[in-house]
Design a protein. Sequence first.
Length: 354
Amino acid sequence: MQYQKHILITGGAGFIGSHLVRHFVRTYPQYRIINLDKLTYAGNLENLKDIDKAPNYHFIKGDICDDLMLAGLLPEYAINAIIHCAAESHVDRSISDPLAFVKTNVLGTVTLLQAARNHWKADMSDKLFYHISTDEVYGSLGAEGFFTEQTAYDPRSPYSASKASSDHFVRAYHHTYGLPVKLSNCSNNYGPYHFPEKLIPLCINNIIHQKPLPIYGKGENVRDWLFVEDHVRAIDLIFHKGKTGETYNIGGWNEWTNIDLVRELCRQMDQKLQREPGTSEKLITYVTDRAGHDLRYAIDATKLSEELGWKPSLQFEEGLSKTIDWYLANSEWLQHVTSGDYQHYYEHQYQQRS
Ligand code: NAD
Ligand code: DAU
């Protein structure tokens, strides 16, 4: 088959990456999707079981820091577009091990940029390096205001500093070498296949097992939540219709304090698990705050909605309900990802906080 595009998606075995790979493989049979993933603790091929036999899909295990491997892969698979999702993504891990974040998020991104530049140097037309980034690069808001694309960068955790650095390198390759790039900075995602080290899946898993629900500090920090498939639709639009060289903010217009969110989760799960109302709330446990914990993130996604007509499709309560249903129906997936290393991680992180 003659494919119209040969797209490399990095980090396609992770949470957002797997939804993105699935969406592109199913929606665009005329594109060939190559998924490059190192399969760290966060990468899981079980996330892609339903599409791994699709004729337009191919998986390669590899590290974005491996320049020799990339120098072979890009020409071998005639890659003409890259959607770069691979990253170390968990703030708490970045506090314990910042260098791992510098390696993958900074060095890995620059290694990939350099490989794309070398591979495309004869002709950059019709090529695209699309970098997936986060709203955390903008820092922390007080009670008022929103992050726009003009907000100055002010990263405050090793994770967000590494993502901010990678964003700067992507823009530098555009300005210096003419590499065709796009960037998007998204708020907190949630949905199926979310690794249970992050707030929502961790609490779902703990409610199922009637374990304490660790709330950092007073639970007053605010996040702007977006269903992962809405993020993927935004990436699709930006990939096809966004302007080269530009950045788009993506957000849910959906702010929740952590404590209100966890209460809503408890309410819905008590209903679904046919437990007495109030049962799961009793598991809420306030623990030592995250170091440097950003107070509030909130995205202004006006540019994306006005230029490209994007809107979130789901109300949060509905998205949360779909997410809980998925975890209840996929207990085997949850069991696989929470055995082994996860236990050690959990004990280490949460022993320190008690
Ligand atoms: P994730 O941790 O679930 O997945 C990351 C994937 O990258 C994993 O499959 C992992 O194996 C792979 N990976 C890690 N290091 C690699 C390396 N050196 N080489 C190749 N593959 C490697 O992350 P996620 O939550 O799906 O986030 C994906 C991207 O979206 C990240 O860039 C993140 O910064 C960004 N983002 C995430 C959110 C969110 O709420 N999760 C919001 C905004 C932006
Ligand atoms: O804003 C986008 C970012 O959202 C992404 O770039 C990151 O990759 C992603 O991990 C996420 O970062 P957060 O730090 O906001 O997500 P997390 O789920 O770790 O935490 C959400 C909030 O809940 C945060 O205020 C910390 C708090 N929290 C988290 C955990 C894991 C708790 O209170 N208890 C917990 O056990």
